[in-house]
Ligand binder design. Structure first.
Ligand code: PMP
Length: 285
């Protein structure tokens, strides 16, 4: 049927969905969001995305009942659109009120959903690997909450994009690598696959968890332990994971060439293993 939106109980063509200018999602980024991938029209792990949103709602004090409608919204957007490879975007904002930082109680949240098809990343990128650039991680302290306060991410992502990179490798003051601006990171260092542990310093990626499962299925050991920018000298592989790129090898960070400068066997195996899981759960990949 085409690009659709859901807004506060109603489905409509995407261009008909309008938000009041005093929506707190617009004015403060006072909202939560999720992006759910459709494979052959089937949502991949919508339950995990919605649980993450529910956990975020508890942290920021959004009423959880506005999330109860979302499983049906995701299914309906998938069904009504008829799209195969697509993203369902959902957002719940605190609602509309005269602009004031401290939010009043009793606001009615704005509940938004959209569905859009997309083109997959070019196959060459998987074959040749992507480039990344290091950026200081200046985001707020509760990165586990998928909030729309995204300015630091946007600034870093824009700088990287202008330099022709795929995403940033975000680095804390002590050199610890946390994640990307839109992705989690894994590295093979001294022969061991490592990724930052979940907690308040990274977003607990749905893809990250599935990749850890894929590693276990393939007999690859994963250590959930952070690593530093200096450790990349000893890394033979590095890759991003997220809902869009799945498992994307990184062959360069700034001027540093990772390993042999080509995608390695672990990232290849885990991309396959991840797609096996997707195929099992959605019938498509
Ligand atoms: N970290 C950040 C900061 C992100 O924005 C994303 C994308 N949502 C991820 C990690 C990866 O999460 P997922 O695998 O659920 O897409």
């Amino acid at each position: 049927m085409g690009e659709l939106a859901y807004l506060n109980g109603n489905y409509m063509p995407i261009e008909c969905a309008k938000i009041p200018v005093e929506d707190r999602g617009l004015q403060f980024g006072d909202s939560l969001y999720e992006v759910i991938r459709l494979y052959g029209g089937a949502p991949f792990r919508a339950g995990g995305h919605l649980e993450r949103m529910r956990a975020g709602a508890r942290v920021v004090g959004l009423p959880e009942d506005c999330i109860d409608v979302l499983p049906e919204v995701v299914e309906e957007l998938a069904r009504r659109s008829g799209f195969g490879d697509a993203f369902v975007y959902i957002q719940v904002t605190r609602g509309v009120c005269p602009r004031i930082h401290a939010f009043p109680s009793g606001l009615q949240p704005t509940v938004i959903g959209t569905v859009r098809p997309f083109d997959r990343l070019p196959e060459e990128l998987y074959v040749e690997g992507a480039t990344a650039y290091a950026e200081p991680d200046i985001r707020w302290g509760r990165r586990d909450v998928k909030a729309t306060t995204l300015l630091p991410n946007i600034l870093a992502a824009t700088r990287v994009a202008r330099k022709g990179g795929y995403d940033a490798v975000l680095v804390e003051e002590d050199g610890t690598i946390t994640e990307g601006t839109v992705s989690n990171l894994f590295a093979v260092i001294d022969g061991i696959l490592r990724t930052h542990p979940v907690g308040e310093r990274i977003l607990s990626g749905i893809t990250r968890a599935a990749v850890i499962e894929a590693a276990s299925n393939k007999g690859v050991e994963v250590l959930e332990e952070s690593f530093r920018i200096q450790d990349l000298d000893r890394a033979t592989e590095l890759f991003f994971t997220n809902t869009y790129c799945e498992v994307l090898p990184v062959v360069r960070v700034d001027d540093h060439v990772v390993g042999e400068g080509a995608p390695g066997p672990v990232s290849r195996t885990l991309l396959e293993g991840f797609r096996d899981i997707v195929r099992r759960e959605t019938g498509s990949a």
